[in-house]
Write a protein that binds this ligand. Structure first.
Ligand SMILES: C[S@@+](CC[C@H](N)C(=O)[O-])C[C@H]1O[C@@H](n2cnc3c(N)ncnc32)[C@H](O)[C@@H]1O
Length: 241
């Protein structure tokens, strides 16, 4: 089977930023306000797409430095146009520039962790922690499994009767696995469930999430992979040695 890659990014360019900030972004801002000692920040967002989160956070905080990293140049070009005061850097979460070392008060990564598999996940966390200052915060949003199961998932969409390429983006790690990895860098980690407060309609692209009612939840996120998606914020403070 061919290597799976993350490909579902074109809608970020086609649709631009939403007129209302995403609920995940608002929850993240509340978390930063609760946990960060400073309100004036150097911020790095890994897997930043077109910089929409950086744009939102720059309205909520005094930001000295806003940096976004992503692996798709088209996304970064759009970000640079929409948010000229930010720096957009072509870099993988698995290979961030050495110049990022201990530069940031807060490092975020929203919807990106589930791209990485069992051989990449430790490097993902190591890189985020390398970029944050001692005592700074790493905040990651991802679906997590509470049953002690790590699920590595590949999918492909059929379009016009033909199978597309294999894609990644929906790996779901257990909370235990992530706790063990994060414990190498932080003694202070919290998990906070994210709950979507309103219904989302299904769209043409079956990979994008929508809500459905289940026995236990009125607003359960799902998608065309037939997953039950329960996002969680992992909030970890880098140890000061
Ligand atoms: C699901 S999107 C989330 C975008 C944005 N964080 C948000 O919440 O709207 C995942 C993002 O991760 C980026 N990405 C994929 N592989 C990456 C990698 N190895 N390193 C950094 N970013 C990556 C994609 O290009 C895409 O912008």
């Amino acid at each position: 089977m061919k290597e799976a890659a993350y490909r579902n990014h074109q809608h970020y360019i086609n649709e631009g930023w939403s007129s209302e900030p995403k609920e995940t972004f608002k929850s993240l801002a509340r978390i930063i306000k609760r946990y960060s000692e400073h309100q004036d920040l150097n911020l790095l967002d890994v897997g930043c797409a077109t910089g929409e989160l950086l744009g939102f956070l720059s309205t909520e905080f005094e930001c000295y430095r806003l940096v976004g990293a992503d692996i798709t140049q088209g996304l970064l070009d759009t970000g640079a146009r929409l948010l000229p005061k930010a720096e957009f850097v072509l870099a993988s979460a698995l290979d961030l520039p050495e110049s990022f070392a201990e530069q940031f008060d807060v490092v975020t990564s929203i919807g990106c962790m589930s791209i990485f598999n069992e051989s990449e996940i430790e490097s993902f966390w190591e890189n985020l922690f390398a970029a944050v200052k001692p005592g700074g915060l790493v905040i990651v949003l991802s679906p997590l499994n509470e049953f002690g199961v790590d699920a590595m998932i590949r999918h492909r969409k059929r379009q016009e009767g033909e199978p597309g390429s294999w894609e990644t983006g929906w790996n779901i790690f257990s909370q235990e696995t992530i706790s063990e990895i994060v414990a190498n860098h932080s003694v202070d980690v919290k998990f906070e469930r994210f709950r979507i407060p309103f219904a989302i309609e299904r769209r043409d692209d079956p990979i994008r999430t929508w809500t459905m009612q289940t026995e236990n939840k009125d607003l359960q996120l799902t998608n065309g992979l037939k997953l039950l998606i329960d996002h969680c914020f992992v909030v970890a403070r880098k140890s000061v040695v």
